[in-house]
Design a binder for this molecule. Structure first.
Ligand code: NAD
Ligand code: UFG
Length: 337
């Protein structure tokens, strides 16, 4: 059995990945500083899978504790989710983002080197591409992130590239996620944002459940079919399974690989509202506002490389994403609180 260290394991995507790892018979050691999550998510993962996993509250900025975990558990690989992810906050507090996301990863890599662990799957983002003219986005597009969060992801990608150039026995997989949404089908784990959600689907779900009065649609004058922004939403369970495929196809080799994880299909804000109304039976009230600064009109992936090399493709459609997001939100109106 392979033993995997999952950083950010109590978070939204991390908890879903822990669940899929347990189902695939991996042994899981999760760490998190709980700055944006709660240990309740992993209690529920244990309930759903009827399997156990180890959790330690560790901050990536604490080198000593990090090293202790890596030397105690002889892990075969690391899946690195831990990081701060709010674009707006990263503009207000850039140093916090660079410290946490970049220095945190440097500490992790240093501890991995000390303990001879050389396989890492890193959570990158389509945000590293910035605003681009040509769609779909392929992995070899020029990187031009336009905020500190995106630049922290680009910087970590470059650091990992340099580590590989230093020692080609490393095995590094950079996964660039498009827009992760939805929840596990059990309705027991899902996205539990602190405060008002920044992202579209959790916002819609909170309008549907009556926590927020209406959605603000950021612009209906984009050059898209209905004027609203188009994105490539991907079910969090599909995304989590992408990590397992990355581990399974790469764990015993070495190399440096980058993959987009998306569905390759664009969905507009209005299409998402309609899909959510259909599955929830709730009316989503909205008003049209100005465009949000920094938003692009359209963004979707070319994920053929992941399909060819990892044998991975997203299975779930927008309806299933909305159905599972609604199931989670209606069973847990206040998230894990
Ligand atoms: P999340 O906030 O739910 O999970 C991240 C976890 O990392 C949280 O539990 C947080 O407490 C933990 N964390 C943060 N800093 C830490 C530190 N210094 N030490 C230990 N733990 C720390 O976010 P998520 O949506 O699950 O995202 C997971 C990863 O995927 C992040 O790196 C994020 O940037 C990336 N990503 C997310 C999205 C998205 O839209 N959700 C898109 C692309 C990439
Ligand atoms: N939108 C609204 N109202 C809202 C929230 C969003 O109309 O309240 C619109 C946006 O304008 C955009 C679409 O819904 O057209 C999706 O917005 P999200 O905020 O859900 O997602 P983004 O594509 O803007 O970006 C997010 C993160 C990025 C990350 C990207 C992919 O902010 O950093 O997902 O993972 F790269």
């Amino acid at each position: 059995m392979k033993r995997i260290l999952v950083t950010g394991g109590t978070g939204y995507i991390g908890s879903h990945a822990c669940l899929e790892l347990l189902l695939a018979d991996y042994e899981v050691i999760a760490i998190d500083n709980l700055s944006n999550s709660s240990e309740e998510s992993l209690k529920r993962v244990r309930n759903i899978t009827n399997k156990d996993l180890i959790f330690h509250k560790v901050d990536l900025l604490d080198k000593q504790e990090l090293n202790k975990v890596l030397s105690k558990y002889k892990v075969d690989a690391v899946i690195h989710f831990a990081g701060l992810k709010a674009v707006g906050e990263s503009v207000e507090l850039p140093l916090k983002y660079y410290f946490n996301n970049v220095v945190g990863t440097l500490n992790l890599c240093e501890a991995m080197i000390k303990n001879n662990v050389k396989t890492i799957v890193f959570s990158s983002s389509c945000t590293v591409y910035g605003v681009q003219e040509k769609m779909p986005l392929k992995e070899d597009c020029p990187l031009q992130p336009c905020n500190p969060y995106g630049r922290s992801k680009r910087d970590v990608e470059e650091i990992l590239n340099d580590i590989y150039n230093m020692d080609t026995s490393w095995n590094i997989v950079l996964l660039r996620y498009f827009n992760p949404v939805g929840a596990h089908g059990s309705g027991q784990i899902g996205e539990s944002p602190l405060g008002t959600p920044n992202n579209l689907l959790p916002y819609i779900a909170q309008v549907a459940v009556g926590k927020l009065p209406e959605l603000h649609v950021f612009g209906d004058d984009y050059p898209t079919s209905d004027g609203t922004g188009v994105r490539d939403y991907i079910h969090v369970v599909d995304l989590s399974r992408g990590h397992i495929r990355a581990l399974e196809s790469k764990i015993s080799g070495s190399g440096m690989h980058t993959y987009n994880l998306g569905t390759g299909k664009g969905c507009s804000v209005f299409e998402m509202i309609s899909a959510f109304e259909k599955v929830s039976g709730k009316k989503i009230n909205f008003q049209i506002n100005d465009r949000r600064s920094g938003d692009s009109a359209i963004c979707y992936a070319d994920s053929q490389k992941a399909q060819k090399e990892l044998g991975w493709a997203a299975e779930y459609d927008i309806e299933k994403m909305c159905e599972d997001a609604w199931h989670w939100q209606s069973c847990n109106p206040n998230g894990y609180e």
